[in-house]
Design a protein. Structure first.
Length: 262
């Protein structure tokens, strides 16, 4: 019977676990150091040194499983560990929405990732990005609407964002609901991009020259891309721009607004 001696790394939470699921360590470098930036010791393959925090950073592929467990379970240890994405000693639980480092160069605009909240901004910084931090400001012109209906017998709840699909019942009105749902809350407007924290950032790869072409799919600012004759507006996407002193300058004059009717 084989024994599982592979660690488990949850990419979404940056957490390392023992094979049996025991929490070991949060892997987060506030100095945003990469393995190849650390100091190589003479005749040493198990660890490298960090001149910023003066700690040893142990490679999980360079130390034995038991030595790594002893290190990680020692409550007095402040040592760091390095996990390679191609490690045979670690099982990776991938985060499909994680920010990836930009590799290589291309004539196409660089896609800029948008992150929300202090934790994801810190995570982007730790991965080597320059966070172009901005404040989220709700805009009354950027809104949606919702009404709520409920079945008086079953209790089932339904929703509508379209004035033509109201839960109110009117005589001789073909647009009124006839499926038994009754209106419990009339239409109300709301800001559809609410976040629990008012900070966000564009993650800019470090070292980009001024003038580098970029594209932003998810702008932090309320830049309208679509309007509806029933009212409301929604964000534009795929906005072109360029880099100026590690900041994203969006070219708003190139945004095309679509006007929906219905």
């Amino acid at each position: 019977m084989s024994v599982n001696n592979r660690f488990v790394y949850d990419e979404k939470t940056s957490t390392l676990y023992a094979p049996d699921g025991t929490f070991l360590k949060k892997l987060f470098c506030p100095k945003a150091k990469q393995w190849n930036q650390l100091l190589v010791g003479p005749n040493e393959t198990r660890w490298r040194g960090c001149k910023e925090c003066k700690e040893k950073v142990f490679d999980l592929d360079g130390v034995s499983f038991q030595a790594a467990m002893d290190l990680l379970l020692n409550r007095w240890s402040t040592a760091c560990v390095h996990v390679s994405e191609i490690s045979t000693n670690v099982i990776f639980l991938k985060d499909r929405n994680a920010v990836r480092r930009v590799e290589g160069a291309s004539d196409d605009p660089i896609k800029i990732k948008t992150v929300y909240g202090k934790a994801d901004i810190a995570r982007g910084y730790a991965m080597g990005y320059w966070p172009d931090v901005r404040i989220i400001r709700p805009d009354p012109k950027m809104n949606s609407k919702i009404t709520v209906g409920q079945h008086p017998v079953t209790g089932e709840v339904n929703y509508s964002h379209d004035y033509r699909k109201s839960f109110r019942e009117y005589e001789d009105d073909e647009d009124s609901r006839t499926d038994g749902f009754k209106e419990v809350h009339p239409f109300v407007s709301y800001y559809p991009y609410h976040k629990s924290e008012p900070v966000a950032a564009f993650l800019v790869p470090k070292g980009l020259k001024n003038g580098t072409r970029v594209s932003v799919d998810d702008p932090i600012e309320n830049i309208i891309g679509t309007t509806w004759n029933q009212g409301g507006g929604w964000k534009a996407g795929n906005i072109p721009g360029y880099i100026e002193n590690n900041k994203v300058v969006l070219e708003l004059n190139k945004v095309k607004v679509s006007h929906a009717v219905g």
